[in-house]
Design a protein. Structure first.
Length: 436
């Protein structure tokens, strides 16, 4: 976790104190269920909750000091709680194993992190929808392979991003449900020393579902899917960030990040206004995706459990969620304040002498009886003249002067094929699909 790329609410989920508080709640709820089943005295559960009601500060340093001796974090925690609660604490952790606490805690933390990330995406979707409608009919050039292709609108670019992040939201909701499971099944997951009803009780109290079959751990395919989903979201962030970076290039300059008063772009060149935020987002996306492979490799544990996944998750749990939270918030800010230049879009759109309308002429020629091969040859022959002249010539005028073209199409028909509005006539249909 790097403070520079962290936000307090997400960071708070992963603090040692937050973790120990979740551990206590798991243990106390389990003890409560055991008491209802008559396995332990009800006074044991009462003693735990009575102490907890005083909202004690978690002495992380004291727990760490115990762990330095025991070399076991859960035992250190239980020892510290017993020192605070007294004799009744001996009934805590009856029939449980460490993974019951650790895995259930991780499920709670990932669910909490998911809720923040879902809220982040919701905020981004609001901004993308507003910008999409704002520029619904702002014409701009569509590019394939980085080369001018045919006209689109900037609103369509925003609508595409909105649709992509809406899919990401649905993926994250599903991944949250998949990873939010509780296991209180004891050593190797057989419930030999603890009743399955304890697991059901803890799951309900902690807002989780019951893990159908745990070994001594919750199966890590769930976590792999969760972190893979974060990786996909990160890739979508990079996709939109990369688009903005390209649009901000000096030769293009159709949109750019907001440049605030007093901001500096370069230590050497005072004129610079660099796309630093979207470049930063590209780097952060790489980091989040970097956590996916370790999560996939965590799936293959030995037999009923080993702890090769443990150290990995201590890294990727906090780092992936904290980084993605920051990235989503940063992207929302970029898109909210993005400066858009419709006039520059129009200039670029018209830069190449009408080449963007070439397909319409090609299709018109084929419909007029010209073979596709000949139609392509006729249009390309004139288009390459415009290309070589860097747009100084007009494709429309060249076609109107080409006797082989005018033998099939009238001058008026050729002119009709250079209507910009033709390319935008289905924008409403696309918007209805995206926004309803």
């Amino acid at each position: 976790m790097v403070p520079r790329y962290s936000r307090p609410q997400m960071t708070a989920i992963w603090t040692p104190e937050a973790r120990f508080r979740i551990w206590f709640e798991i243990e106390a709820h389990a003890t409560e269920a055991l008491a209802e089943l008559g396995v332990v005295p009800k006074s044991a559960a009462t003693a735990l909750w009575t102490w907890w009601a005083t909202q004690p500060a978690i002495d992380v340093a004291a727990i760490d000091a115990i762990e330095a001796v025991t070399k076991h974090d859960v035992i250190a925690f239980l020892t510290w709680v017993a020192e605070q609660v007294g004799d009744e604490a001996r009934f805590m952790h009856q029939g449980m194993t460490s993974s019951d606490v650790l895995d259930t805690c991780l499920a709670v933390q990932l669910a909490q992190a998911s809720d923040l990330l879902i809220a982040d995406i919701d905020a981004l979707l609001v901004v993308l929808e507003r910008r999409a409608h704002e520029h619904k009919l702002t014409p701009t050039i569509g590019r394939s392979h980085g080369i001018h292709a045919e006209p689109v609108t900037f609103g369509l670019k925003m609508a595409q991003a909105h649709a992509e992040f809406a899919r990401n939201r649905a993926r994250l909701v599903a991944a949250r449900a998949d990873v939010a499971t509780c296991a209180i099944s004891g050593a190797v997951g057989t419930f030999a020393n603890i009743d399955p009803r304890v697991e059901e009780h803890v799951a309900e109290k902690m807002g989780l579902s019951v893990e159908p079959v745990s070994t001594q751990v919750i199966p890590r395919d769930r976590h792999a899917m969760f972190f893979a989903t974060l990786g996909v979201i990160a890739s979508s962030i990079e996709r939109l960030a990369t688009e903005i970076r390209h649009l901000q290039r000096t030769e293009v300059l159709e949109a750019e990040e907001y440049f605030s008063p007093g901001q500096k772009g370069s230590s050497a060149m005072p004129h610079k206004r660099n796309p630093v935020l979207t470049e930063n987002l590209t780097g952060l996306a790489r980091m989040v995706r970097g956590y996916v492979t370790p999560a996939l490799e965590n799936v293959a544990l030995w037999h009923e459990r080993d702890i090769s996944h443990s150290s990995v998750e201590r890294y990727i749990g906090p780092d992936a969620t904290i980084t993605l939270d920051f990235a989503l918030a940063r992207l929302t800010g970029v898109m909210d304040k993005l400066v858009v230049y419709p006039e520059r879009m129009a200039k670029n759109l018209n830069k190449m002498g009408g080449l963007v309308h070439s397909q319409r002429v090609l299709l018109a020629l084929t419909q007029a009886g010209v073979s596709r091969e000949d139609a392509y040859r006729l249009v390309q022959r004139n288009a390459m003249k415009v290309w070589d002249a860097d747009g100084a010539l007009s494709l429309e005028e060249l076609l109107k002067a080409d006797p082989e073209v005018t033998a099939a199409l009238s001058v008026d028909t050729i002119g009709e094929k250079f209507d910009l509005g033709y390319h935008l006539r289905h924008v409403d249909t696309i918007f209805a699909r995206v926004f309803g």
